[in-house]
Ligand binder design. Structure first.
Ligand SMILES: NC(=O)c1ccc[n+]([C@@H]2O[C@H](COP(=O)([O-])OP(=O)(O)OC[C@H]3O[C@@H](n4cnc5c(N)ncnc54)[C@H](O)[C@@H]3O)[C@@H](O)[C@H]2O)c1
Length: 369
């Protein structure tokens, strides 16, 4: 067991340093966990990396240097582990420059990778997964809901219900008018809203219920280029461009996707994703049904709570989880695995996350067919 771990960030954006629409921010969680020292922040936007470091205080950052390229950081700073939080089209393939994961694992460096694994199609990412598996380093992918106490509770209730879960229903209604990221509006850069965003709930479908029969998937969408896909409050960027205005209609992010499928265990699943709400607040919820059972998980990003109606009852018990911080728990589990070599607390290793990634693409393809 080593004392202080040397860590690096690849990407100096919102997910690693906070900002944007939600509660993410790995740096702040690592400050709370302690026992780590930041040796580098790699981002081609070195100004942004410097600005992020300028906002941080304390001995954890005393040796932090800014690098324009992760390869230089790996060679010079020699981190013991890295957090990869870059746009989907900047990583996850074997293409030089976008082979961030491969560069790290070739150097023997454990990787925490934010979802989605890439914006590239699964065929290309599968090759990366094979090499990552061969390298046999610790990996973790940012499906933080797997670490949520609410999800632990739901999993336990499903396990104790006769016949288990029979249906999984998820709704992810995103608020679009503050999404000022050019790539988000372009399927070529993001993979689309199911690959990039609803992926959290697709992953929970697999985590809570099990693997999906890919052949069973049926889906429909309102494409960004469809007449029904017209939106009134799309944000305008600092350069005056309306987000998505320069994207050919066939690559514009879908406004609504509705999908159904059958799980390998016979249960049925459904997902609806919408890019329709205004301002910042998302509306996200999911349900699990079984014999006599209905569980509703409400607002998992915010005031997280579950309503549970159990067999032989008409009452719903409310369970509150708003004090839980799954981002902290996932970072702690990764750090622990890097320190001890024991990977048992990691709930989303790279190879498993690939299956979620493949499922998100299968839904996207079914909707486009
Ligand atoms: N798990 C979650 O809850 C969660 C939350 C937010 C974002 N994310 C994911 O994290 C990823 C990053 O999102 P973000 O909001 O931080 O984006 P962002 O745009 O705020 O920041 C990304 C940063 O990566 C940098 N970058 C681009 N190419 C790079 C490269 N080759 N090497 C190093 N840095 C590079 C950019 O310059 C930018 O500063 C996305 O895939 C997103 O889906 C996950």
């Amino acid at each position: 067991m080593r004392d202080e771990l040397k860590i690096g960030f690849i990407g100096a954006g919102d997910v690693n340093f906070g900002g944007g629409e939600g509660p993410w921010d790995h740096a702040s969680r690592l400050e709370r966990l302690g026992g780590v020292r930041v040796v580098g922040v790699a981002d081609p936007d070195t100004g942004r990396a410097k600005a992020q470091l300028a906002k941080r205080e304390g001995p954890m950052y005393r040796d932090a240097r800014v690098y324009a390229d992760h390869r230089t950081m790996l060679a010079e700073a020699k981190p013991d582990a890295v957090w990869i939080g870059v746009p989907p089209n900047a990583h996850g393939t074997a293409e030089v420059g976008k082979d961030i994961e491969l560069a790290c694992v070739r150097a023997g460096v454990p990787i925490f990778v934010e979802k989605p694994l890439s914006s590239a199609r699964p065929e290309r990412v599968r090759k990366v997964a094979e090499k990552v598996s061969e390298a046999d380093v610790v990996t973790s992918v940012g499906y933080m809901f797997r670490y949520a106490r609410a999800i632990d509770a739901i999993k336990a209730i499903i396990d104790e219900t006769d016949g288990g879960a029979k249906a999984f229903l998820a709704r992810y209604d995103c608020a679009y008018s503050e999404i000022r990221k050019r790539e988000w509006w372009d399927v070529r850069a993001s993979g689309g809203p199911i690959v990039e965003q609803a992926t959290h709930f697709v992953d929970l479908a697999r985590y809570l219920i099990g693997d999906v029969d890919i052949e069973s998937i049926k889906a429909l969408s309102i494409g960004g280029g469809d007449p029904a896909g017209r939106l009134l409050d799309v944000p305008v960027l600092a350069d005056g461009t309306r987000c998505g205005a320069d994207v050919p209609p066939e690559f514009a992010a879908a406004r609504v996707t509705a999908a159904v499928w059958r799980f390998a265990n016979g249960a049925v699943g459904s997902l609806t994703h919408g890019t329709l709400l205004h301002r910042k607040k998302y509306e996200t919820e999911l349900e699990v049904w079984g014999d006599g059972l209905r569980i509703a998980l409400l607002d998992p990003y915010g005031d997280c709570r579950a309503l549970v109606r159990r067999p032989h009852s008409e009452d719903a018990e409310e369970m509150a989880f708003s004090d839980d911080d799954p981002y902290l728990t996932e970072d702690e589990a990764f750090l622990d695995a890097v320190r001890t070599g024991d990977r048992s607390r990691i709930r989303s290793p790279y190879g498993d996350a690939l299956k979620t990634f493949e499922l998100t693409w299968a839904i996207t393809d079914a909707a486009a067919a």
